[in-house]
Design a protein around this ligand. Structure first.
Ligand SMILES: NC(=O)c1ccc[n+]([C@@H]2O[C@H](COP(=O)([O-])OP(=O)(O)OC[C@H]3O[C@@H](n4cnc5c(N)ncnc54)[C@H](O)[C@@H]3O)[C@@H](O)[C@H]2O)c1
Length: 432
């Protein structure tokens, strides 16, 4: 049977997640044939894991692209600000792309990628992994089967979780807008996409509020050192103490140390020298810790979205239609369905609705699901409804950018006008 071949660009946390699923679960459909990654230890992990020759292990995307097109597809999983350049170069070489979200860090860059992909006729599948989860797949099916009638309101909550927030958004890669991207893009572009997908309508108006309230220098307890490991007197009572988080809980320790298999020495070194050892109240973070977004869609249906750091973590959704309602926590196996006609509530099991084996790995099975779907798309065997065209992914990113504009300027953003303005700006910026 034909397999597709893929190169991996950026073999960090996310890149290896996708490549490992390709290798471990979909070896009959997709093969990783080369990697581009500056970190030597990660490169050698990839060489061994994906059974690559030395000549297939490149230092960076420049070295890899210099070889021309050497595979059917490219998986791009570099950091947010490093998506635009490799994406455009890969598209120009004719690669189909599995591109990490956010597509890019400005509306104009997203438009540029989408337009170039359309012009060259290549597939760009953006890693909006929630679409490929059994949980959201089932919700979409129930809506499409008319269980709740016409959807009028959705309340959707993204609980980032206190641990995850402190790790990624006060200390880590996405703590500072200038260094990465706004929170609504970095974390919640998934939610903007999934909400638009569930409704299947065009978003017309966006309004948002939000700020950074708690993880600030003003809230730093008196006498706390800049690094938690330097004898912090609040170590036992501080929820966010880095020593406990990384030495005992070993929460996201791979990302914090940058090592595939971190040792105790690596963790100690990280706590003393890296950003992950910092006090959460003395960092260079400026991204919001709570935000709400109101969305109006073309049929006047409404979405109310909340993102917050202050919870255990997990997504919750309530979908209210003219014939019934659906309520669910993503972490539960079940979706509650209330039927207005019978006045009965039934519980629908997510596991029963799909094959159990699909719910493997991160993001409720979405990380695995997107890899299999991408391979099937390129093999011409995909017949599901999760995939989005790159233009839709771009439009859904623009909802997130519009929310940020609204939050910063206190305005209600009209999406048609906003998209037109961004398109004009992109045309000026990228005039060839
Ligand atoms: N889809 C999701 O749910 C999800 C979740 C988390 C993160 N992300 C996104 O995934 C992306 C990667 O995140 P991550 O946590 O894996 O980051 P990471 O820092 O672990 O990985 C990025 C890798 O790119 C490599 N790199 C840097 N310059 C390169 C170059 N010139 N050529 C090739 N490789 C290069 C780095 O060495 C690093 O290993 C980010 O855009 C992030 O926002 C997506």
């Amino acid at each position: 049977m034909k397999k597709i071949t893929a190169v991996l660009i950026g073999a960090g946390n996310r890149g290896r997640t996708y490549a490992n699923f390709a290798h471990d679960y979909y070896g009959d459909k997709i093969e990783i044939v080369a990697v581009a990654e500056p970190d030597e230890s990660i490169r050698s992990f990839c060489k061994e894991k994906y059974e690559l020759d030395d000549s297939a292990c490149y230092h960076d995307w420049d070295e890899l692209f210099a070889k021309g097109k050497i595979a059917d597809a490219a998986i791009i999983a570099t950091q947010d600000k490093d998506h635009l350049i490799p994406a455009l170069r890969a598209i120009d070489l004719g690669y189909d792309l599995l591109l990490e979200k956010p597509m890019a860090v400005t509306p104009e860059e997203c438009i540029k990628i989408a337009d170039r992909a359309n012009e060259k006729g290549v597939n760009v599948v953006v890693c909006h992994v929630l679409r490929y989860t059994p949980f959201f797949g089932l919700l979409k099916r129930l809506i499409d089967e008319d269980k709740v009638g016409r959807v009028i309101n959705i309340i959707h909550v993204e609980g980032v979780g206190e641990r995850h927030y402190s790790h990624s958004y006060t200390r880590g890669n996405w703590c500072n807008v200038a260094k990465s991207s706004p929170m609504i893009l970095a974390k919640s572009c998934h939610d903007m996409d999934i909400l638009q997908w569930l409704l299947g309508k065009r978003c017309t108006k966006v309004q948002s509020f939000g700020s950074l309230t708690h993880f600030t220098h003003e809230n730093c307890p008196e006498g706390a050192p800049a690094r938690c490991i330097d004898g912090c007197p609040y170590a036992d009572e501080c929820t966010y103490n880095a020593v406990r988080l990384y030495q005992k809980d070993r929460w996201f320790i791979g990302t914090a140390t940058g090592k595939v298999k971190p040792t105790d020495e690596d963790i100690d070194h990280m706590l003393r020298t890296s950003d992950y050892g910092r006090c959460v109240y003395q960092s260079d973070n400026d991204v919001v810790d709570h935000q709400t977004v109101n969305l109006e869609f073309e049929d006047h249906s409404l979405v109310s979205f909340t993102m917050s750091a202050f919870n255990k973590g997990g997504r919750f959704i309530r979908i209210m239609g003219t014939k019934g309602e659906l309520t669910a926590y993503m972490s539960d196996d079940k979706i509650k369905y209330y039927n207005f006609l019978t006045k009965e509530t039934t519980e629908i099991s997510v596991k029963d609705a799909v094959s159990d084996e699909t719910i493997v790995g991160g993001h409720g099975g979405g990380d695995k699901g997107i890899v299999g779907t991408f391979a099937e798309l390129l093999l011409g065997t995909y017949n599901g409804n999760c995939l989005s065209d790159v233009s839709v992914s771009c439009e859904n990113h623009l909802i997130a950018f519009a929310a940020e504009e609204s939050r910063l300027h206190g305005t209600i953003v009209n999406m048609d006008e906003y998209v037109e303005r961004c398109r004009k700006n992109a045309a000026i910026l990228y005039k060839e």
